[in-house]
Design a protein around this ligand. Structure first.
Ligand code: SF4
Ligand code: SF4
Ligand code: SF4
Length: 258
């Protein structure tokens, strides 16, 4: 009998592979139910098999950082009906984009081993800078329940819904006391919701790991972190770079054009 399950593959580029690991944390019936409908054909963190066949859904983890990534990304795009950028490294270059701001980053990190040939790389970029991406799963790491929801929508022929409102909305829903009222700081007001705001609920600030909402007021962010959150201007600026360095760069370029 033919196997009608959707073929899903995971591919990794420059990343810590934490988003793949996140998926292996599933131990509940929802994931077992998902496996009734999909066949995972490549997933380096959990299996040794690889595929060069056509696939239904390619989940790509990690950023573009080397020219050699280009052909591999193009090959995946050619074989996949749907391409998902899986996690913030793939979606916006995430934390990898910090290196774009660090001159001579090899020496900064590896000191006398900085000349190792495999350290030679380009600026970190989102995979959408190389190939067309159909959907993005935000987060560092991804939220596995959100991923499940996105795959479920796709299997039912529906458009997945990714929130385009800030984490503050989820804080209000949870009746969490705002970190600013506790004398702290937070980046939730410009960060894309969907995680359920677990960090403020645990008494720690949102660090913006899901990237920004569309058209965030980035300059007000630094101002608020400084004036209301008590951070120095330098600290406020560098904090907002942590997961969003590429988006800050793009905003700076746009303001130069204006
Ligand atoms: S998005 Fe975060 S958890 Fe996922 S691969 Fe990148 S660094 Fe790791
Ligand atoms: S704690 Fe952060 S995310 Fe929550 S309401 Fe305050 S600023 Fe918004
Ligand atoms: S609250 Fe902020 S830092 Fe925490 S998981 Fe959500 S987006 Fe990431």
């Amino acid at each position: 009998m033919a196997n009608n399950k959707a073929k899903v593959a995971f591919f990794d580029f420059a990343s810590c592979e934490g988003c793949q690991i996140e998926l292996t944390n599933y131990g509940d019936k929802d994931f077992l139910e998902l496996l009734q409908h999909i066949e995972i054909v490549e997933f380096r963190e959990a299996m040794s098999e690889k595929t060069s066949d056509p696939i239904d859904i390619a989940c790509i983890e990690g950023s573009y950082t080397r020219q050699a990534d280009c052909q591999r990304l193009l090959d995946i795009r050619c074989r996949a009906k749907v391409v998902i950028s899986y996690g913030q490294c793939a979606g916006t270059a995430g934390i990898n984009a910090l290196k774009n701001h660090q001159a001579d980053y090899q020496s900064f990190v590896y000191d006398r081993d900085a000349g190792m040939p495999h350290l030679d790389s380009d600026n970190a970029k989102p995979i959408s800078s190389i190939i067309k991406v159909d959907y993005q799963v935000p987060g560092c790491p991804v939220n596995r329940y959100e991923f499940l929801d996105i795959i479920s929508h796709l299997l039912h022929g529906k458009e997945p819904v990714i929130p385009n409102y800030p984490v503050c909305v989820e804080c209000k829903r949870n009746e969490t006391i705002c970190r600013f009222l506790a004398g702290d700081h937070c980046m939730g007001m410009v960060t894309r919701a969907g995680c359920g705001a677990p960090c403020p609920a645990d008494g720690i600030p949102c660090e913006g790991c899901r990237g920004f909402v569309d058209n965030p007021n980035q300059y007000a962010l630094s101002k608020v972190l400084h004036e209301k959150g008590g951070l120095s201007l330098h600290r406020a600026e560098s904090k907002s770079l942590l997961f969003n360095a590429n988006e800050r760069d793009n905003a700076n370029k746009e303001s130069e054009i204006d």
